[in-house]
Ligand binder design. Sequence first.
Ligand code: NAD
Length: 439
Amino acid sequence: MKIAMIGAGYVGLVSGVCFSDFGHDVICVDKDPAKIDQLQDGVIPIYEPGLSDLMAKNVAAGRLTFTTDLGAAVDGADAVFIAVGTPTRRGDGHADLSYVYAAAEDIAKAVTGYTVVVTKSTVPLGTNRQVKQVIRKAAPELEFDVSSNPEFLREGAAIDDFMKPDRVVVGVQSDRAAQVMQDIYRPLYLRDFPILLTDLESAEMIKYAANAFLATKVTFINEIAALCERTGADIKQVSKGMGLDGRIGNKFLHAGPGYGGSCFPKDTSALARIGQEHAVPMQITETVIRVNENIKTRMIEKLRDLCEGSFNGKIVAVLGVTFKPNTDDMREAPSLTIVPALVGGGAKVRVVDPQGMREGKDLLPGVSWLEDPYKAAQNADVLVILTEWNEYRALDLKKLARKMAHPRLADLRNIYSAKDAKRAGFTGYVSVGRQDYLG
Ligand code: NAD
């Protein structure tokens, strides 16, 4: 099959690389010439484990190319995937669909034979029908179908998620489009991964409902964590006890500083807007959005307590600022709320992150970037673990405590325990949903 992938970001690039690994001929298009130059030089512009090698393998096999020329890429393709961004629109919380519609129009102008235009971007209900109209208007004679194929991969585990998905959701309106989509995903179908064929609206809804549900689960456990702190319960034991219930499951039950990332915040916001537009308020989702914001504020207050009531003049070392480990993505990361509060309160903030600096240096003004946690801890008043990179799971706590002016640890991912911290010489320790001690 010949596939064109419009948008070579986290989703487009991973999908394009994986489709080429299935044996398809893939051309990835991006309007950002710098990105395409890098890709043509064999450099991936994002951090995603395993992606570089898989890309090199398929480029060498002649199945994967990159271009800025959308017109040349889409003509003759069996399917054209739209994988451009759908960020939150300024002002109203809705998904900004301008990139999707612009891509649809460009595709319509360039394609001459039958193709399936597949929306992989996360888009609100009705968008695929709108894409169809945009194309129909720009190319009234064109033979084509549209398909909704939302993506569920997680950054940091994207290749595995794409190659071994829990399911592939494909919304279609015709048998012809269904056949093309089944042929594209045949390697997965042959390995018994479920391919769920639906109508367009259901496919669109599945993506928002799934993300809102996961955001709810995270937020629920974060709220229970706050109650644990007040009542003496331990959230780690509570999560374990809940997660062992097969009806609940143990995923997305880890208490922390609130969800962030490129999907949950914008998708919950878009779902809330869709509900309002249809006069069916998404009350649970609206509450989740509000509670998640409060959780970040709660974290700031915890840090303030650890700093004896004021950040002013304190040296704070922050480990991890990406929204989760194994990605360089900073979009909506809790660090973007918490670190500015520290800086704004007069703290001197040192930041360490294995991959976050490239994105983060413009987003977090007024901090200094270091590479080594132990150097960052030198003479510091507080050490904060904000993202649970593997590098921070086995820190030498004694060494850290010895280096600090006031050895106090804010472990916002519950990696260590009050006992570990005390034994290592920390005089203060706070975490999420467990008993703190403030020396
Ligand atoms: P991204 O911002 O990393 O990438 C989007 C890319 O599209 C950019 O490189 C941009 O230059 C390019 N682009 C925009 N308009 C274009 C056009 N007309 N022609 C060519 N290129 C164009 O975004 P992303 O994180 O990959 O997300 C893409 C979509 O997938 C979003 O709707 C998102 O919600 C969804 N999604 C993302 C994830 C994730 O983990 N990042 C997971 C599932 C779904």
